[in-house]
Design a protein. Sequence first.
Length: 427
Amino acid sequence: MNMMKYIYMIGVLLRNHNIIKNYKQLKQSENWSVKALEAYQIERLKKLVEFAYTSSLYYRKKLDDTGIVPSDIKDLDDLKKLPLLTKDNLLRNSEAIQVKNVDEKLYFSETSGSTGTPLVFFRNRDWDGWHNASVFRGYSWHGVKPWERNGYLWGYNISPSQQRKIKVLDALQNRFRIFSYKEEDMLEFLVKLKNSCYINGYSSMIFELAKLANKHNIKLHNLKMVKGTSEKIFEVYQKESLKAFGRKIISEYGSAEGGIIAFECPFGKMHVNMETVIVEEIDNEIVLTNLVSKSFPIVRYKLGDYIKLNKSYICECGLKHHIIEEVAGRVGSIIYGELEKYPSLTLYYVFKNLAIQRNIILNYRCIQNIKGVIELHTERSISIQVKSIIQKEFEKYFGNDVRVNILENTKRTNFTSKEKDFISYIQ
């Protein structure tokens, strides 16, 4: 066992010993037939509904109101008897949905707040184990070991103390990330990738990185996997990725509350993680049941993405799991400064800091019409003091490259419906 594998595996065991156990289970079940997978889903569904009814105040009331009892759920078709859970219901009833008396360690989790309102909840140990094990299984399909050297295009924090802490944690996981999207920093990142096995992160920033590599004629065909997440992967991204990395960007589809929903195989098909989720397609919209969400039950949840589900496709990779042919939601955009470019999910960190560090929780939408300027639309009025704090938070991430104009009391039909938190009109 090499040193990095040894360090990584110790870290995994210290975090959650269920990860390895669940990974072994997933590697066994990935060879099951559809019939066996669906039988497994039924058993897990029965247990989930029974637990939700007895332990969650929200589900007890919801099922009582609709006259349904857990024993009514006998097969997958009976899932349709259960009420739908909307994003609005989830946000308004999160405390009633949350189950904290589970006999397991709880892990803090939150969504990125695509509507401008983040969801905060806790995952139990087994759920956390299944989540990470599902990611590792997806990696295994591409010959990737999670402890191998990798580049990470994900969250960053400008604070020097936070950077030092993140760099230490990244080093223990044999990964490195980018803390600035200036061209010279991205070029340095590309140099590090020459001795790496894979890259993962925002698909829009992988695209920007690939374009820069191609601009400087840098070829990185040593990578085993290029994985994009959190945003839609456009075909134009793939052209640049193939040229720069010799590989297409594969997709990991999931959400904080839904878990890993699907992972793309080497033949370009997104296989549903049937051992942990049930995916329904209703009017082209995904309705998700998270079968391992014991501490925060997610049953028939309207995630807000439009998909195309195929239950009959026979994939060349040999997996029998259902296929998601297309995810039409999660469109990623670039924020344009006067000089630099930034991933749109940078806004997540701005508003996360405002909520956690300053207790400023806003229902917002950001719009960009011209380079270097962002319009921040808020549903309510805010004080001069809060405006000043917001301005400083934006400056932490964008410096003087992007100016923010705050527009209060913006009228929107429904701030709690799933809408983009960032819209760009720059071509």
